[in-house]
Design a protein around this ligand. Structure first.
Ligand code: FAD
Length: 528
């Protein structure tokens, strides 16, 4: 007998719900978590200004109506401490911690055909056996840590955004560098700009950022709570896992020139990522995309006083929304401060970190603090960090030309191993909590089905997997996604194969596909 029915790896949004759901169904489930506490993303990423870019009212669990009624989000976009407090509250309320081993990293997984069982080996050398494994390891949990030459020579302080120290870091009067202008970079920059002595930003690719229009939401939330279920139902059927007015027409159909500008302005002024759904075909039609991109470029020009700096901050080389958009709270205005400067590393590459600062091009810039916001090996990184084996096959070898999954849930040749928001599912293109709930519920129902039918093994057919891989690639090819050097395509990691990592068909469509597969007795899976 294995130690557990189900071993879950990771105690973020995914793992916590998976544990609760499986316990409720009578499975003996246990979590192994590398970190010292629950929270996942929201435990590790404690940098100043960290907050969600999906509205808190949607970026939260829907599975427990009482939890939903009792929890009060203060802001439209909650800050990291509040999201972490929420996940801690969930862990307490559902008494989850007793089934979690913290400070324990799974290093390898090996499948035993005779027993239909996985053996996990942890970093302490302990082994745990389980019939099923759910990898709730996170899409953005394997940080990219580029090894800048000279990094150990720096005499000041270096901080990584994904591993921020607990407690406050005082930047008052300090000369600070921030490397990276993705979401973590721009949130950090905006938060620390008021207190630093000087701030130098090293930018490789300018970002399209739209305003958050963050605000306190006590009254809105009270009103929403009278019909929260409708909002959640709409989220499940939506494109992005949160309602965004998905019924909008495509660019050319109904919107004349005046209408186009009005729609963009309405959404920009309203704030948030729904801007990228201004037209249904914004990610398919180059012309629609150009209109939306130009709208944001014009706003950057208005916000930044120095035209040369504004131009540097203006993205021109890739379509809007083809790289993760950012939601900002005064980011561009930071560059109007006299003590803030911007370095384009395409013009002045970072040669090395020195004892005193950063050598970029032929200039040494002196700093007291360097902050590195250099992103993640997205979607496949955390999974492939584990040595996953079945016989002579390893997942790393199988995915060496890009991930191959059926539905983003399983990979042929690796039975009884599920992934939550795995590659080729909507995941990072959506409100992740909605996508997490879709996956956790589907996996849990599949395990229940196996148990009810006296079965012990589930694995995708190779043909079904091939079809799904083709479907996700073809769907991505119909979009502009491939035009951006983004982590959606694996382009931010040297040597990583270029492939569309998320499924672009939307959460609602995807949920319907999953439902259909389950009601037909798990079409495309071999059950034994
Ligand atoms: P995670 O929260 O990443 O948790 C995975 C856990 O698995 C981690 O705690 C990790 O330590 C653990 N783990 C990994 N490998 C192992 C191993 N081998 N052994 C043991 N433990 C392991 N998404 C949105 O939809 N909206 C947002 O606004 C948003 N903001 C974000 C902001 C930041 C800064 C980042 C980094 C991500 C953001 N995301 C956002 C994506 C976010 O990751 C997901 O929304 C969500 O938190 C993922 O939950 P998870 O449980 O799947 O993964």
């Amino acid at each position: 007998m294995p130690d557990r029915d189900v071993l879950i790896i990771g105690a973020g949004f995914s793992g916590l719900y998976q544990l609760h759901k499986l316990r409720g169904l009578g499975f003996d489930a246990h979590i192994v978590e590398a970190g010292p506490q629950v929270g996942g993303t929201w435990y590790w990423n404690r940098y100043p200004g960290a907050r969600c870019d999906i509205e808190s009212i949607g970026y939260s669990y829907s599975f427990d109506p009482e939890l939903q009624q009792e929890w009060n989000w203060t802001e439209r976009y909650a800050a990291q401490p509040e999201i972490l407090a929420y996940l801690e509250h969930v862990a307490d309320r559902l008494d989850l911690r007793k089934d979690i081993s913290f400070d324990t990293r799974v290093e390898s997984l090996e499948f035993d055909d005779a027993e239909d069982t996985w053996t996990a080996t942890t970093d302490s050398g302990e082994t745990i056996t389980a019939h099923y494994v759910v990898a709730a390891t996170g899409c953005l949990s394997k940080p990219l840590t580029p090894s800048f030459d000279g990094i150990d020579d720096f005499a000041g302080d270096i901080y990584w955004t994904w591993d921020w120290p607990k407690g406050d870091v005082d930047f008052t009067g300090k000369r600070v560098a921030v490397v990276g202008t993705g979401s973590s970079g721009i949130q950090t920059i905006t938060a620390i700009a008021p207190t630093v002595g000087s701030l130098t930003v090293f930018q490789r690719t300018p970002t399209y950022a739209v305003p958050a229009q963050n605000r306190l939401i006590a009254e809105e939330l009270a009103e929403l709570k009278t019909h929260y279920e409708d909002f959640r139902a709409e989220s499940r059927l939506s494109v992005g896992g949160i309602p965004c007015g998905d019924e909008l027409p495509p660019f050319f159909e109904d919107l004349d020139e005046g209408g186009i500008g009005k729609e963009l302005q309405l959404r920009y002024d309203d704030g948030g990522l729904c801007f990228q759904q201004s037209f249904r075909d914004l990610l398919q039609s180059q012309e629609a995309n150009d209109h939306a991109a130009e709208y944001v470029r014009d706003r950057i020009k208005e916000k930044v006083n120095d035209p040369a700096v504004a131009e540097k901050l203006t993205p021109r080389s890739y379509p809007i929304a083809a790289k993760r958009m950012c939601v900002d709270t005064g980011y561009y205005e930071v560059y109007n401060q006299p003590n803030v400067s911007l370095i384009d590393v395409n013009e002045q590459p970072i040669e090395r970190i020195t004892e005193r600062g950063i050598l970029a091009g032929d200039t040494e810039h002196e700093f007291d603090v360097i902050i590195l916001a250099t992103g993640f090996d997205a979607m496949t990184g955390a999974l492939q960090a584990i040595d996953i084996r079945h016989g002579s096959q390893t997942l790393r070898d199988k995915w060496s030309d890009g991930p191959r999954t059926y539905l983003g849930l399983m990979s042929a040749g690796f039975p009884n191993l599920f992934t939550v928001t795995g590659p080729q599912s909507p995941s990072v293109l959506s409100n992740m909590v909605t996508s997490i709930e879709v996956h956790v519920e589907w996996i849990s129902a599949a395990l229940e089905y196996l148990r009810e039918h006296g079965l012990t093994r589930i694995e995708p057919d190779v043909a079904a997997e091939d079809n799904w891989v083709n479907t996700t690639n073809d769907a991505a090819d119909l979009t502009l996604l491939g035009q951006a050097p983004s982590w959606y395509m694996g382009a931010n990691v040297p040597g990583k194969p270029r492939a569309a990592l998320p499924f672009v068909g939307g959460v609602g469509t995807y949920q319907q596909i999953l439902d259909g597969i389950a009601v037909t007795g798990y079409h495309g899976f071999e059950l034994v």
